[in-house]
Design a protein around this ligand. Structure first.
Ligand SMILES: Nc1ncnc2c1ncn2[C@@H]1O[C@H](COP(=O)(O)OP(=O)(O)OP(=O)(O)O)[C@@H](O)[C@H]1O
Ligand SMILES: [Mg+2]
Length: 295
């Protein structure tokens, strides 16, 4: 009999993998956007996906959510021990994954309250919904002030808060956030990251796509860097912070700027577009599927 399992050090909690991707390949037609992506997201942690424009970050989240028809073409996605690749998005949401896509989509014609109510459509227990709603209002007091305002008239930052709040109304085990800080003023960026760490502390696991590496790595437990659809670096947040390539490519002027609360919106925007240009140059390296070429 092997006694090692009962040795105290073997009991050091090996964080349970809530989400596991193994050899995931995603295509847009013949274009391969994700190549052999394998990663795990441990329960109760924040994992960040870094990478330039076009690296495949949004594609990765979309693949997990099953919103890209017929994808992943290869590989497996396991959530709480259950295969979810190929599953309908609605079932994935019901299984406990909420998704805030790029560009903070809210229902513009509906009020803030109605948007939040829609987010709770998967939850049967009304008391639980009421508690979650209170939590969301605690996170984002501005939503309380604006609960009867139509969502389309909220500011960009308020819409982002609403989009995250609505995703939480599903009472997810796992929250996928695609660039939640994009286009927000520095103070709001800080607030969003504070809330992400609070959400994690309350037990929700978070998979976060961010270009603001500096801020993201302060909150994240670990992360990966995607380049041309492949994971090129993977490590703990501390390892990524110390990584020269991460430093050079993702922690340059742009992310520093958004940290300076005195920085004007204009300078933040110009810094962001610098990153975009650099990212665009680095991004266009995705491969073509050899199998699809002759079809
Ligand atoms: N609907 C689509 N059809 C064809 N190609 C697509 C589609 N969506 C994305 N792509 C391509 O897939 C690659 C990955 O795109 P993706 O949006 O995942 O990048 P990203 O890392 O999220 O970039 P960004 O930081 O700009 O949001 C890019 O080359 C992009 O042009
Ligand atoms: Mg994207």
């Amino acid at each position: 009999m092997d006694n090692t399992a009962s040795h105290p050090t073997s009991h050091t909690p090996v964080a349970e993998a809530l989400l596991k991707l193994d050899g995931v390949e995603t295509y847009y037609g013949p274009l391969r956007a994700l190549h052999d992506v394998s990663l795990t997201v441990a329960k109760g942690t924040v994992k960040v996906i870094l990478g330039s424009n076009g690296a495949g970050k949004s594609t990765l989240l979309g693949t997990i959510m099953g919103v890209l028809g017929g994808q992943p073409r290869r590989g497996t996605i396991t959530f709480q021990g259950e295969r979810i690749d190929g599953m309908a998005t609605e079932k994935i949401v019901r299984a406990g994954i909420s998704y805030v896509p790029e560009g903070r989509r809210v229902f513009p014609e509906l009020t803030v309250s109605e948007n939040l109510k829609v987010g709770a459509y998967t939850v049967r227990d009304r008391q639980s919904t009421r508690r979650t709603l209170e939590r969301v209002h605690d996170y984002f007091p501005v939503l309380t002030d604006r609960k009867d305002q139509s969502a389309g008239t909220l500011s960009g930052g308020e819409q982002q808060m609403l989009a995250i709040g609505r995703a939480l109304m599903n009472e997810p085990e796992l929250l996928l956030l695609d660039e939640p800080s994009l286009g927000l003023a520095p103070l709001l960026v800080r607030q969003v990251f504070d809330i992400i760490s609070q959400i994690r502390d309350e037990g929700v696991t978070v998979l976060l796509v961010e270009q603001n590496a500096r801020m993201a790595l302060k909150v994240a437990d670990d992360g990966v860097v995607l380049e041309g659809g492949e994971i090129v670096i993977s490590g703990t947040a501390a390892e990524l912070v110390d990584n020269d390539e991460v430093e050079e490519l993702y922690m340059g002027a742009a992310s520093t700027t958004s940290e300076q609360e005195s920085a004007s919106t204009t300078s933040e925007q110009s810094a962001t577009s610098d990153t975009s240009e650099r990212g665009a140059q680095r991004g266009a390296q995705n491969d073509v599927d050899p199998e699809s070429q002759d079809s």
